[in-house]
Ligand binder design. Structure first.
Ligand code: AMP
Length: 499
């Protein structure tokens, strides 16, 4: 099949040709004709399948008729993160070279004034993260009553981040007669319910999940102890890798991204960082430096990296075992693309056994160990991974806190973001950029008539966190029944700043 057969306009086709794409991907081949016919689409596909063009191209064809009016965008694309929103904007630039369209971006972390100017001028395409969009709408700076096409992208990620109530509100602000294009990599019940409520007789288009445990990805577990020794283990792995071209190093928490980034720089590695406490410009600069090869290594948090179109990388290092097994699949899916070979190494401490089990259950395979198991790492013995290189005993230089403290901190990690944050004002670590300590807890000012509890987004992830819940303390089994009644937790906009 060729793009010519899909019913796209001449202008769009010539832009696609200029991009060098000749054959539509399966999601494009299935979704584009239906979208052009005005149907609602339920696309089950993840990043890397070409789903962005699957909605951008038919939108461009449709936008050729009509004009935008001040403060009344014609189409709206909702994205969970700023980077994804910026990536979609790039697609409009690339595929819309033959169109004179105004594309506006409404994302957190960027000045209101510039964004307002674009909206006021009239936007054909508005790409937004949900919180910033609602802020604009509620300030009367934006009218959603002219929306002809609504795209909800990465819906399951929106769910993870606690954005679903915002999405529901937005769906009620746009006209009933709009066309809705809805994309999600997975279909948990909350997402199914959303599609049943807000899509009208959608065409379901499903493309196979990318082969995440493909044979071309060599996966290994590497035993390590925690604390500074873990960083030493990573350095040994980096130094001893034969075929390392470039690598992404994943940490579970932003604070560890910062720490590891500093540490690797100190040890002379060309490395960038990507996490949610960085401002937008710094995030884009890091990403660009990695894409262009100015740095070979990128230390990332999951949420910041999720869904990004990062070119093929040769190695993935899981500095931390991901707490959510699906994150492992997403992380290692960054390598071994397009049939190339890749390597994914996961550093595992004794405390990580249950997370490794969950990953192995999810991928349906046991992952081989490179070297001994964590239990076999004798106390006082150096890390074994580099097979004799750079051996160093515990408590080496640069130790900031004892391994035991590190292990204790790890114990708190699973599902701990709203419950067991270490004391000492480190609250912003796992929350949004604008989650200031003074706005914590019950004293938070209400936003839009709803209390803004800092980690509400996290509270919306019970299924993923269940396994990590500690035995209840305090009221324990004797919780009064009125406290057990289900409540609808309000939404935290701040999760947008989190990623
Ligand atoms: P996406 O799933 O939208 O994030 O796209 C993943 C990557 O596939 C992007 O780098 C696109 O530029 C690329 N891509 C999109 N459509 C095609 C196509 N028809 N042929 C080859 N590559 C494509």
């Amino acid at each position: 099949m060729t793009f010519n057969e899909l019913g796209l306009s001449e202008k769009v086709l010539s832009a696609v040709e200029a991009s060098g794409y000749t054959t539509p991907t399966p999601i494009q081949a299935q979704a584009i004709p239906q979208a052009l016919a005005g149907r609602d689409i339920l696309g089950i596909a993840q990043t890397g399948t070409g789903k962005t063009a699957a909605f951008v191209l038919p939108m461009l064809s449709r936008l050729e008729k009509g004009r935008a009016r001040a403060r009344m965008p014609r189409t709206l694309i909702l994205e969970p993160t700023r980077e994804l929103a910026a990536q979609v904007e790039e697609s409009f630039v690339r595929y819309g070279v033959n169109h004179k369209l105004n594309v506006a971006l409404l994302i957190g972390g960027v000045s209101f004034a510039d964004q307002e100017a674009k909206i006021t001028r009239g936007a054909d395409v508005l790409i937004a993260t949900p919180g910033r969009l609602l802020d604009f709408s509620e300030r009367g700076k934006l009218l959603l009553t002219g929306i002809e096409v609504l795209v909800i992208d990465e819906a399951d990620r929106m769910l993870d981040m606690g954005f679903i109530p915002d999405i529901e509100r937005i769906c009620k602000l746009v006209p009933f007669t709009r066309q809705t294009l809805f994309f999600s990599a997975t279909m948990p019940p909350e997402i199914t319910r959303l599609t049943e409520t807000f899509l009208q007789n959608p065409v379901r288009v499903e493309v196979a999940r990318a082969a995440t445990t493909a044979d071309n990805i060599t996966q290994r577990l590497v035993a390590t102890r925690g604390g500074p020794e873990k960083r030493e283990t990573l350095r040994q792995l980096l130094r001893s890798a034969d075929d390392l071209k470039n690598a992404i190093v994943f940490c579970n928490r932003k604070r560890d991204v910062v720490l590891l980034h500093k540490s690797l720089l100190k040890h002379g590695f060309p490395v960038g960082a990507l996490h949610g406490d960085m401002d937008q410009r710094a995030r884009m600069a890091s990403l660009e430096a990695f894409k262009t090869g100015d740095v070979d290594l990128l230390v990332c948090s999951d949420v910041a990296a999720r869904g990004l179109d990062i070119p093929d990388v040769s190695h993935i290092y899981n500095f931390d075992v991901p707490i959510h097994a699906e994150d492992y699949v997403h992380r290692i899916g960054r390598t071994g693309r397009a049939g190339r070979s890749g390597t994914a190494l996961t550093l595992v401490t004794r405390e990580d056994a249950k997370y490794v089990d969950a990953i192995e259950r999810l991928i349906g395979n046991k992952i081989e160990w490179q070297g001994p198991r964590p239990d076999e790492l004798a106390a006082g013995e150096a890390e074994p991974v580099a097979r004799g290189r750079g051996r160093r005993g515990p408590g080496g230089r640069g130790e900031r806190r004892p391994a035991r403290a590190e292990a204790a901190a790890r114990e708190q990690r699973p599902g701990s973001q709203q419950r067991s944050r270490p004391s000492g004002g480190r609250g912003s670590e796992d929350r949004g950029r604008d989650a200031r300590p003074q706005r914590d807890g019950a004293h938070q000012p209400r936003q839009h008539g709803r209390p803004a509890t800092p980690e509400r987004g996290e509270q919306r992830r019970p299924a993923r966190q269940e396994a990590h819940e500690p035995t209840p303390v305090g009221l324990g089994d004797h919780v009064p029944s009125f406290l057990l009644r289900p409540t609808r937790l309000p939404q935290s906009r701040r999760m947008e700043e989190e990623v």
